[in-house]
Design a binder for this molecule. Structure first.
Ligand code: SAM
Length: 259
C-alpha cells in the first residue's frame, strides 16, 4: 500500500509493503486473542489491520499526528494514542489493560536502542515483544559472550529476557527503502529475575564495557573499596568474557564487599 502521506525520515518512517512479512510478524506473537497487545509505531497500518483481526484489544502508540488521523479514520474501534513511545509508562498501561503486555512493532530505527532499554526496564509489565529492527542490533541482542558484538545490550537483553532472532528481512520490502537490512526478534519476559541490586548491576556492566579493552581489575577499580582487589578469575577477564550470569555473581560479591 502506498503511504497516504509523505514519509518523514526523521521519524524513521519506512513502511512495510510486503504482506507476507507482515503476516509472519503477527504470527510470531504468542499472545492469546484476549491478551493486551500494544503496537509501537503503527504508521500507515501495515501490521495494524492484521493485528486487529486477532487482537480486538489492540492499543497503538504513534507519534505522527497524520498517521494517528489515518488510523482513527480506518479503524474507529482502535485505541490509538498519539504519544512518544519513549514516554510510555508501561507499568501503568499494563495495569490499565489488565495484564502483562505483548508488544509488537516495526521500530523507528533512530531510537531502537532506547526503546529496547525501556522495554527491558519495564520487564515486569511485559510478557513478550516481537520487534523488527536493524539486523545489526538484532544480532547484538543474541550475541554470545566473547563475540565482537557482545555488549551492554546483549547482557541486558539476556539477563532480563530471553531473546530469539526469528528471521531476516530484506531492505527491499520497505518504502522508502532503509539503508540497512532488518530482522525480527522475539524477547520473552518469563526468565526468573536474578536476585540482585539492578542499579548496581547496571553500573557494573556500564563501567566494564565503557573500557572494554581493560581487564576488569582496572576498569572496575573505582567501584571497589580502596585496598580490596577484585578476585580472580574476574580480575584477569575483560568485559566481553563475562556471561550475564557472571555479571550477576560479580555484582552480588561487590554488594557484599561494599556493604
Ligand atoms: N508499522 C509501520 C509499518 O510497518 O509500515 C510503520 C513502521 S516505521 C519503521 C516506524 C513508525 O514509528 C512510524 O510510523 C513513525 O511515525 C513511528 N514513530 C517514530 N518515532 C516514534 C516515537 N518516538 N514514538 C512513537 N512512534 C514513533
Amino acid at each position: 500500500m502506498a503511504a497516504p502521506f509523505r514519509p518523514r525520515k526523521r521519524l524513521g518512517q519506512h513502511f512495510l509493503v510486503d504482506p507476507n512479512i507482515a503476516r509472519k510478524i503477527v504470527a510470531a506473537l504468542q499472545a492469546a486473542p484476549e491478551d493486551p497487545v500494544v503496537e509501537i509505531g503503527p504508521g500507515t497500518g501495515a501490521l495494524t489491520g492484521l493485528l486487529l483481526e486477532r487482537y480486538p484489544h489492540l492499543t497503538a502508540i504513534e507519534i505522527d499526528p497524520r498517521a494517528v488521523a489515518e488510523l482513527k479514520a480506518r479503524w474507529p474501534e482502535l485505541d490509538v494514542r498519539q504519544e512518544d513511545v519513549l514516554k510510555v509508562n508501561w507499568a501503568e498501561l499494563a495495569e490499565e489493560k489488565g495484564g502483562r503486555l505483548h508488544v509488537v512493532g516495526n521500530l523507528p530505527y533512530y531510537i531502537t536502542s532506547p526503546i529496547l532499554f525501556a522495554l527491558l526496564d519495564a520487564r515486569e509489565a511485559l510478557a513478550e515483544a516481537v520487534l523488527m529492527m536493524q539486523r545489526e542490533v538484532a544480532e547484538r541482542l543474541v550475541a554470545p559472550p566473547g563475540s565482537k558484538t557482545y555488549g551492554i545490550l546483549s547482557v541486558a537483553a539476556q539477563l532480563w529476557a530471553t531473546p530469539a532472532l526469528l528471521f531476516p528481512v530484506s531492505r527491499h520490502v520497505f518504502r522508502p527503502k532503509p539503508r540497512v537490512e532488518s530482522a525480527v526478534v522475539r524477547l520473552t519476559f518469563e526468565r526468573p529475575l536474578p536476585d540482585v541490586d539492578p542499579e548496581l548491576l547496571r553500573q557494573v556492566i556500564r563501567t566494564a564495557f565503557n573500557q572494554r579493552r581493560k581487564t576488569l581489575r582496572n576498569s572496575l577499580r573505582r567501584l571497589l573499596p580502596s585496598g580490596t582487589p577484585l578476585p580472580d578469575p574476574w580480575a584477569q577477564a575483560r568485559a566481553e568474557d563475562l556471561s550475564p550470569d557472571d555479571y550477576v555473581a560479580l555484582t552480588r560479591w561487590l554488594h557484599a564487599t561494599t556493604a
